[in-house]
Design a binder for this molecule. Structure first.
Ligand code: ADP
Ligand code: MG
Length: 331
């Protein structure tokens, strides 16, 4: 590892459009704070950037994600999480209405586009002296089990160690992609199997984390010296954070809820521990599958952002407050 250190994790807020016409929402933006107010004492939460109901997908990408994508070409691992209750706009933010290129495209298609643009620019600026390799893995974490989204199967994958001691998901497909179109096709395929697994395999997508891992390897030569760099770009559509009351559910739902609570809680602990820059502090990466897989990306040379997705409507007040409390814990 080089002398570069882990930088502070950035926490962004995004408020989706209201569903209640002509009803005043319970959240408002005041500079770099989100204020939540339901008659009682208003409460304020600080963010590194806030995107309102009318925010555009390109603004969100430019402000919250582009720096992380660019960082991967300098050797920084990048991770972007979308957090929020089901229906708050996580998938809209990460993917958009469909996996395609238009004004509505989310962070994943825009991120891939920027990545290949930058790789092509570099290759053109030093003909013959720059090569790159990009590969994609796409897994789903459901009930603390890992499933490959490139293989339609209910086989559970295990976490193991790679040749250089790094964390790997053993047996997860790693698909090499040569350009943007190739990459989009591969991501689309994984996303589609997530949808199919929902009915075919009974893996509820709002109750699972989707984890897209893009590995970027570059080699740059200057005369006799060549520099090789590797980084991961991870984009994570988290399971819905809603606090399903444990007394009201049983069987599979109870298990799902317990696993999501555990996983999101451990994510909070890991991010807090990393943010506090305690050099010898214990970071509980291995206490949940999500943080274990992301251990190397979050803990090393890293740029990390969390997008907190919020509903402005009054009926979601209590979930929204709980989501904002999460944002305060990780920031
Ligand atoms: P989640 O993934 O958190 O469950 P979705 O992204 O699926 O939520 O959003 C739920 C619905 O709201 C979708 O129909 C989506 O298109 C819409 N939506 C969410 N955020 C926005 C936004 N910022 N602008 C327009 N529509 C949005
Ligand atoms: Mg979703």
């Amino acid at each position: 590892m080089t002398s570069q250190t882990c930088e502070k994790i950035k926490v962004f807020g995004r408020i989706r459009p209201s569903k209640e016409n002509n009803v005043q929402g319970v959240v408002a933006i005041d500079g770099s704070t989100i204020v939540i107010n339901l008659g009682s004492e208003p409460r304020k939460f600080q963010f590194d950037g806030i995107y309102g109901e009318d925010s555009l997908q390109d603004e969100v990408f430019e402000g919250a994600a582009s720096r992380i994508v660019n960082g991967t070409l300098q050797g920084y691992n990048g991770t972007i999480f979308a957090y929020g209750q089901t229906g708050s706009g996580k998938t809209h933010t990460m993917i958009g209405p469909s996996i395609s290129f238009d004004n509505h495209s989310g962070i994943i298609p825009r991120g891939l586009q920027l990545l290949f643009e930058e790789l092509n620019k570099k290759a053109n600026s030093m003909p013959g002296n720059f090569t790159s390799n990009v590969s994609i893995s796409f897994v789903e974490i459901y009930n603390e089990n890992i499933f490959d989204l490139f293989v339609m199967s209910n086989d559970k994958l295990k976490i193991g160690q790679g040749s250089d001691g790094n964390v790997v998901v053993k047996g997860a497909s790693e698909v090499f992609v040569k350009d943007l179109n190739d990459a989009m096709e591969v991501v689309m395929k994984g996303w589609e199997s997530r949808r199919v697994a929902e009915t075919a395999m009974n893996r509820s997508s709002s109750r699972s984390h989707a984890l897209l891992m893009i590995k970027i390897h570059t080699v740059e030569s200057h005369g006799e010296i060549s520099t090789s760099r590797s980084a991961f770009l991870n984009m994570v559509d988290l399971a819905g954070s809603e606090r399903v009351s444990q007394s009201k559910v049983e069987g599979e739902r109870l298990k799902e809820t317990a696993n999501i609570n555990k996983s999101l809680h451990n994510l909070t602990l890991v991010i807090r521990e990393l943010s506090e820059d305690k050099k010898n502090g214990f970071v509980p990466f291995r206490n949940s599958v999500l943080t274990h897989i992301l251990k190397d990306s979050l803990g090393g040379n890293a740029r990390t952002a969390v997008m907190i997705n919020l509903h402005p409507d009054k009926i979601y007040y209590s979930e929204t407050l709980s989501t904002l409390n999460f944002s305060a814990e990780v920031r």
